[in-house]
Ligand binder design. Structure first.
Ligand SMILES: O=P(O)(O)OC[C@H]1O[C@](O)(CO)[C@@H](O)[C@@H]1O
Length: 541
């Protein structure tokens, strides 16, 4: 058995030590449990993981697992430009976009830091121009609205970030259209004036069916109102595919490139961040990058028990592989992080939702869990019932700021109280005695008490971690995203998968492209007859 498998076996055996574990007793017996199982970074971000089914031995075994899996070695390879995305023969260097690699790093013969800086200079100049009106619409007047057309990594990152940083917007309004459902574009355009609207076509490949269809729809809408001559002024492209951008009719001066070594779901730090640059300005974007850079350096240098991404990855492995938890709930108590779980869904599930290892052999144990969640307190009134009393155990990751971004009328105190109450309730639960006492105090008869007690008992002992941050600034958001990117990296290395390809998305894309002409023309073509017959039936409706 390999040394890694020995640690896995130790972890499986160690689970039995928790047969009688309850967080209630763990806290009662150890007044220092919070100090023992929490850590902070730069005085602005704390991870409290004390409400988990863990003890010192768990943490020691998980640290061994991560060390033996070669996480540090893999990260060194990633940083030096080794093509760790082996199925696509690509380096993985999104960390370079935030300045976390050597200045003189050369990839495929190119000094990439110089390339990054050159494109960033152009992006910032463009963003500034759009913001101050020096880059104007066809009629010479400033743009008031910017529509980003993209999907997946070319939408989720910038959309989530733009929403999260709403308090810092001082540029034109930004909108995001992703779905090929015409209602998405239609509803967005209804609110806009073509003369004042700039479109950013965001697509790494510039071939994605949804994005190209939506981009053509936007072009038709614009041309119908302003004429063909306006297209050059009202469109820009964010892509790695120069030829396709030119073929669409967007000039080289309006194309902002990025590179094959930036994965779609890791691309918000690149030209794909242009809508954010326009909304909050280049200085704000620099802070966003700086936050991510500080998380990268923390990840590389902090010892395991103080390393926030490592600890979160370790806990995820513990629950996924030893406790067979199939999902993780991400619960930001921050309305502006309402798209955070959607973003993490792609980041985590497209990265680690894999069944084969980098060498093509089958994975040995379950990999990436389902990631889901919603902003608190709304989630409390939707799915928390299941979190507290459902038959599955779902580890929860809570996020909350110490301070609100805007002054409020005391709402933030209530938000914080709700968040802490949930964390507490999940961990401690409510015993039958407590439920009984409460019911008796409310004047219920003995019969009613007996009938209600089973429903009022909360088992507790439900795991959660809490990320407590100072304030949702661009800098903090950069830290949080990089934290999750690094967490996903660590788990991918331990499972032995390639976290940077996404072949699982391809089959559906291929079939949709094949079926599209048949749907459009009604012709059976060479598609699956069963599907085509069903299409005919739909059409007849
Ligand atoms: O930026 P593109 O090339 O349009 O791709 C969009 C998205 O499509 C995917 O390939 C699959 O959803 C993602 O990895 C990517 O972020």
């Amino acid at each position: 058995m390999s040394s890694l498998e020995v640690i896995w076996s130790d972890l499986i055996r160690h689970r039995q030590d928790f047969a009688n574990f309850h967080m209630r007793e763990a806290f009662a017996q150890d007044p220092n449990r919070f100090d023992r199982y929490s850590t902070e970074m730069d005085g602005c971000l704390t991870l409290d993981y004390s409400r988990n089914r863990i003890d010192q031995k768990t943490m020691m075994l998980l640290e061994n697992l991560i060390t033996r899996a070669g996480v540090a070695e893999r990260y060194a390879q990633m940083k030096s430009g080794v093509a760790i995305n082996n199925t696509e023969g690509r380096s993985v260097l999104h960390i370079a976009l935030r300045g976390s690699v050597d200045e003189d790093l050369v990839v495929d013969g190119q000094p990439i830091v110089a390339d990054i800086n050159a494109v960033k200079t152009r992006l910032y100049a463009f963003a500034k121009g759009v913001r101050d009106g020096s880059i104007a619409a066809h009629d010479g007047q400033p743009f008031t609205d910017v529509v980003n057309i993209g999907i997946g990594g070319s939408d989720l990152g910038p959309h989530m970030v733009a929403r999260a940083l709403a308090a810092y917007h001082d540029g034109p309004r930004v909108h995001f259209v992703s779905n090929v459902d015409g209602a998405h574009m239609g509803d967005t355009l209804k609110t806009l004036d073509p003369a004042r609207t700039l479109f950013l076509v965001a697509s790494k490949t510039f071939t994605t069916q949804e994005t190209m269809t939506n981009a053509r729809a936007a072009k038709l809408w614009l041309v119908a109102a302003l004429g063909e001559a306006a297209v050059g002024d009202h469109f820009a492209a964010l892509s790695t595919n120069k030829d396709a951008v030119e073929a669409f009719g967007i000039g080289a001066d309006r194309m902002f490139e990025f590179w094959d070594w930036v994965g779609g779901r890791y691309s918000v730090w690149s030209a794909i961040g242009l809508p954010v640059m326009i909304a909050i300005g280049p200085d704000g974007f620099e802070s966003f990058l700086a936050g991510a850079r500080s998380m990268d350096s923390h990840f590389e240098t902090a010892p395991f028990r103080r390393n926030i991404p490592m600890l979160m990855a370790a806990l995820g492995l513990w629950y996924r592989n030893i406790w067979a938890c199939s999902s993780v709930a991400v619960l930001p108590y921050d309305q502006r992080l309402e798209y955070f779980a959607d973003f993490l869904q792609q980041l985590d599930m497209e990265s680690n939702g894999k069944s084969v290892r980098t060498d093509g052999s089958k994975v040995l144990r379950p990999t990436g869990p389902v990631i889901w969640g919603a902003a608190g307190t709304n989630g409390q009134h939707a799915f928390y019932q299941e979190l507290h009393q459902g038959s599955d155990i779902t580890p929860c990751e809570f996020l909350i700021a110490a301070k609100p971004t805007d002054a409020d009328a005391g709402q933030h105190d209530l938000l914080l109280a709700n968040c802490l109450a949930q964390v507490e309730a999940l961990a401690l639960g409510r015993t039958a005695e407590e439920a009984k006492a409460q019911l008796e105090a409310s004047g219920k008869s003995a019969q009613e008490v007996a009938a209600l007690v089973p429903h009022k008992v909360f088992a507790g002992n439900r795991p959660s971690s809490l990320l407590f941050y100072d304030k949702l600034t661009p800098e903090m958001l950069g830290r949080l995203i990089a934290l999750y990117e690094q967490k996903v990296f660590v788990q991918g290395v331990v499972w032995g998968v390639n976290s940077y390809d996404q072949w699982g998305v391809e089959l559906g894309k291929e079939l949709a492209s094949k079926l599209a002409p048949a749907v459009q023309s009604g012709d059976r073509g060479d598609g699956d007859p069963a599907i085509l017959d069903r299409l005919k039936a739909y059409r007849a409706l």
